[in-house]
Design a protein around this ligand. Structure first.
Ligand code: AMP
Length: 292
């Protein structure tokens, strides 16, 4: 299949009608195996896989890494061709946010946009939802595929689609990891070798936490925290942002006696790199204490 590349809204509009059903994979580029897994998933869901590549300024805070975020379009196009992608939409900032022609209307992520990752990154989820809705309106996919790596983002996109009656089916793929557990991320390339070792504490904390699931929420958090506390004392240190055990759909923290599905979410900074990770887990009722 030849890969069609659209850089403008006009090019995209001209190409759209030649494709049947589309499964869209929205990305910010610097594509890795995690993105590839979404493309493979999309391939099984629709006649054409479309990938958008756009580093969205609206979702970056003033002190975040917008300027240094990796931009590797040539390599990304080779990855897309390799994965049998039919259409790449790689717009410029001017195409997505034409200067002087925007009224400033955006999507509000609501209360959920202000908690967990949203508490550390004010406005981040408004920016994510706004660009995702714009991409949906431009590409007009039947399906869109996202990663569980960004679990709160995924939950909020599902909510937006439900709340605003957006006619796109949302599908999701599990997090792809390196053999040692580190979740793949475009930001991993910022990490020096010693920083990468410290960063492993995030996925280790999730594994330790998940292993404690049969003992209840408090033990899950205790097990995860003990790994993260240790990482805070190593060199280079982990600056822990949060570790939270939350309901997978609301992202509210679960109670001590909660039973059911949950997400253990962690975030922290190593050097100057902000990393997030999470794992789904299931909290079973505490086994009854034996009475004799
Ligand atoms: P990004 O380019 O980081 O904005 O990510 C684009 C999409 O890829 C999002 O839906 C992410 O959740 C997903 N993604 C990023 N990293 C991974 C990973 N390690 N495993 C699975 N999906 C991922």
């Amino acid at each position: 299949m030849t890969l069609v590349i659209a850089r403008t809204r006009e090019e995209l509009a001209a190409e759209r009608s030649s494709f049947g059903t589309i499964a869209l994979v929205p990305t910010m580029g610097a594509l890795h195996e995690g993105h590839r897994s979404l493309m493979r998933r999309a391939r099984g869901l629709a006649g054409t896989v479309a990938v958008s590549i756009f580093v969205n300024p609206l979702q970056f805070g003033p002190n975040e890494d917008l300027d240094r975020y990796p931009r590797t379009l040539t390599d990304d196009l080779a990855v897309c061709a390799d994965e049998g992608v039919g259409l790449v939409f790689a717009p410029t900032v001017e195409t997505m946010y034409p200067e002087g022609r925007s009224t400033g209307v955006t999507v509000s992520a609501g209360e959920m946009g202000t908690i967990v990752e949203g508490a550390s990154r004010p406005g981040h989820f408004d920016g994510v939802l706004t660009v995702v809705l714009k991409l949906f309106n431009l590409v007009r996919p039947e399906i869109a595929v996202f990663g569980e790596k960004d679990a709160q983002q995924l939950a909020m996109i599902r909510r937006m689609v439900a709340d605003l009656n957006v006619p796109v089916w949302i599908d999701a793929c599990p997090t792809v990891r390196e053999n040692d557990g580190l979740a793949l991320s475009s930001r991993n390339r910022y990490l020096s070798p010693p920083e990468r070792v410290t960063a492993l504490s995030l996925s280790l904390a999730l594994r330790r936490g998940a292993a404690a699931a049969p003992d209840g929420p408090a033990k899950v958090l205790k097990a995860a925290r003990s790994v993260l506390d240790e990482a805070a004392d190593t060199e280079p240190p982990l600056e822990l942002d949060y570790v939270k055990l939350v309901d997978p759909t609301t992202f509210h923290e679960v109670d001590e006696d909660y039973v059911g599905p949950a997400v253990l979410a962690v975030a922290g900074t190593v050097g100057s790199t902000h990393l997030i990770d999470n794992t789904p887990l299931y909290l079973t009722p505490e086994p009854p204490t034996e009475t004799r």
